[in-house]
Write a protein that binds this ligand. Structure first.
Ligand code: AMP
Length: 249
């Protein structure tokens, strides 16, 4: 089985995001970028499935600017076998990403596509579901455990208030949640080795995909800053304030 892992380049999760002064988006100039944390978990799971002998090859794929190649190299340094860069002039929307990935699946015929449940920049939580719909494949979202079976997968999903187990046939799309695993760090020798691993490049037009945006971002604003709190001297004063000032009880 071949496993395809789509990975997105996003602002590093530890960076404090700043909105641009013209409110057109967030500041990306000179900002540290990294692989989306949920994609790291997806890469880790794909590697574990390969290491357990259920897959022969793990292919990482990223759609975006040419710098997305750095994100592919991170996946290759973790242990993926090769990469595919889908070079786009602008950040593609989830539907465009899903169409690009569908074209890659048609070429590569993976038995499993494993993605993050969401990218922490746009918080869309759409790509895996859209890809599965375009492919006509089953999808299991928010996986916290994945077992490979002879003809498919058994996926434990985190749902409100508990866990749900589902089985899917192969091929399938699975999106991963935070508690599935702890991604490994790439060692220095593996970072060096990753530089030699093959990365194929395609433009959307090579795959016959139109990535024209269908939505327009009108404005991005910072959340309102929090007002300072007050200290109360007794529980009675707190109750009085909640009842008569905040009027919440
Ligand atoms: P989203 O639907 O944007 O929240 O993203 C969910 C998942 O889809 C991510 O964790 C990635 O695995 C994948 N994905 C989204 N955008 C891209 C992209 N531009 N390139 C590769 N994978 C992507």
């Amino acid at each position: 089985m071949k496993i395809l892992v789509p990975v997105k380049r996003v602002i590093d999760a530890n960076v404090k995001v700043r909105v641009k002064s013209d409110a057109s988006g967030v500041e990306l100039a000179n900002i540290k970028m990294a692989m989306n944390p949920f994609c790291e978990i997806a890469v880790e799971e794909a590697l574990r499935i390969r290491e357990a002998g259920h897959a022969e090859e793990v292919v990482v794929v990223s759609a975006g600017a040419s710098q997305s190649q750095e994100t592919l190299r991170t996946g290759l340094a973790m242990g993926a076998d090769r990469g595919i860069l889908l070079e786009c002039e602008h950040d593609p929307e989830p539907l465009a990403v899903a169409k690009l990935l569908k074209a890659v699946c048609d070429k590569e015929q993976p038995g499993l596509v494993i993605l993050g449940k969401q990218a922490i920049d746009g918080d869309n939580n759409q790509t895996g579901q859209m890809l599965a719909a375009l492919l006509g494949w089953p999808v299991a979202t928010f996986a916290s455990r994945i077992e490979v079976r002879d003809d498919g997968f058994r996926v434990t999903r985190e749902v409100d208030g508990g866990l749900e187990a589902v089985v899917t046939k192969r091929p399938a799309v699975i999106t991963v949640d935070l508690r599935l695993n702890e991604p490994r760090y790439a060692s220095l020798p593996n970072i060096m080795k990753a530089k030699k691993k093959p990365v194929d490049k395609y433009a959307p037009a090579d795959l016959g995909v139109d990535i024209t945006r269908r939505t327009e971002v009108l404005k991005v604003v910072e959340p309102p800053s929090r007002k300072a709190g007050v200290k109360v001297s007794s529980a009675a004063e707190l109750v009085d304030k909640l009842r008569n000032e905040a009027k919440v009880i």
